[in-house]
Design a protein around this ligand. Structure first.
Ligand code: FES
Ligand code: FES
Length: 162
């Protein structure tokens, strides 16, 4: 039988972290319980709702389907990190302005997923935005305001690049 505990070295929000983790610990539990980064939420724990979305080496992944040990040597960015750097300040402002959040449970995952779509300078259609966030469930807003906010930021960023 393999070892139950493993030493991992991860860069979380730019900070080096070394921890001994249970082989079965998920990334979202590691972030929330070990590092007290509770901005990443837990919903379904089955990869369906997107509440646990975080970035792993630049790609948005499900924190509930990723094991902490799999992140050894990787870079993890959470909502706290991208908020602190100001990377998504415009998205956060647009979500607030357009009432694109109510309870806020889905919001961290939704913002990271939206940023994934817009990061390369995309100016996506509303259909493309809907498609991209389709793995992130929101029980409150009906999505319209979320799509409005993401579309507004895409346009804003395109204007700023001119
Ligand atoms: S908690 Fe991970 S996808 Fe729902
Ligand atoms: S704002 Fe409540 S789940 Fe999206």
């Amino acid at each position: 039988m393999g070892e139950r505990f493993h030493d991992i070295a991860v860069t979380v929000n730019g900070e080096p972290v070394r921890e001994r983790v249970d082989a079965r610990k998920t990334l979202v539990d590691f972030l929330r319980e070990t590092l007290a980064l509770t901005g990443t939420h837990i919903g379904c724990e089955q990869g369906l709702c997107g509440a646990c979305s975080v970035r792993l080496d630049g790609e948005v992944v499900r924190g509930c389907l990723t094991l902490a040990v799999q992140c050894d040597g990787a870079r993890v960015d959470t909502i706290e990190g991208v908020s602190d750097t100001g990377e998504i300040a415009d998205l956060q402002a647009a979500f607030e302005k357009r009432n694109a959040l109510q309870c806020g449970y889905c919001t961290p995952g939704m913002l990271l997923t939206a940023q994934e779509l817009l990061r390369g300078g995309a100016l996506p259609s509303r259909e493309k935005i809907r498609d991209h966030i389709s793995g992130n469930y929101c029980r409150c807003t009906g999505y319209q305001a979320i799509v409005d906010a993401i579309e507004a930021v895409a346009r804003q960023r395109a204007e700023a690049r001119r």
